[in-house]
Unconditional design. Structure first.
Length: 198
């Protein structure tokens, strides 16, 4: 019980520090802008946006399921990182540790969104890839499913890419079938994630 209370207090301190970092960056941006130091104001705004990206990424991690089928999340590998420039946060969670494992990555403001959307809107693309790619729908979202080599020659792995607004949701599952990855993807709350990262 004592450790639990200590953990809650530590989480509260971290949240307060994050809020202070955001507030400090915003105050610096305002002061720099007022003083005509536009480069400094721009830099401070980028710092504030990174704090927002990290906070949103941590909220998205809370939405991801702790289990996918028989695979349990590897919480020590959970990661949210904020990227500098036009790309927002990168959110990552891994599942399972055996031959069958999975990986979810979400990149906000992904530079691959335009390419993925183009592939989804070009019906001839599947024929050009030798049948390894196909367009599917997951929870109402258009998605691209790509077949890849598995851990042995008789097994396959799949990668599913789903554009969620300006973010790219990528889901990889090793040693599975296309029906299995689609069933697993249906257990992820895509609409809730899309609302958070918009």
């Amino acid at each position: 019980m004592k450790n639990f209370i200590l953990l809650i207090a530590l989480a509260a301190v971290v949240n307060v520090c994050r809020a202070q970092d955001f507030n400090k960056a915003m105050a610096t941006a305002k002061a720099s802008y007022s003083a005509g130091k536009l480069e400094d104001a721009h830099f401070a705004l980028q710092q504030a946006m990174q704090e927002v990206d990290l906070t949103v990424g941590k909220e998205v991690l809370k939405l991801l399921p702790s289990k996918l089928g028989t695979m349990t999340s590897v919480s020590k590998d959970d990661n949210v990182s904020s990227n500098v420039g036009f790309v927002g946060a990168t959110i990552h969670r891994a599942y399972g540790q055996g031959a069958q494992n999975a990986d979810i990555s979400i990149i906000d403001n992904s530079p691959l969104i335009a390419m993925t959307n183009s592939l989804l809107n070009m019906p001839m693309m599947g024929m050009m890839t030798g049948g390894k790619d196909k367009n599917v729908k997951v929870q109402g979202y258009k998605a691209r499913l790509e077949k890849q080599a598995g851990s042995t020659p008789d097994k396959s792995s799949y990668e599913l890419q789903i554009p969620l607004g300006n973010a790219l949701f990528t889901f990889k599952v090793n040693d599975c079938t296309d029906d299995q990855i689609l069933a697993l993807a249906d257990t992820v709350p895509l609409q809730e994630i899309a609302k958070l990262i918009e």
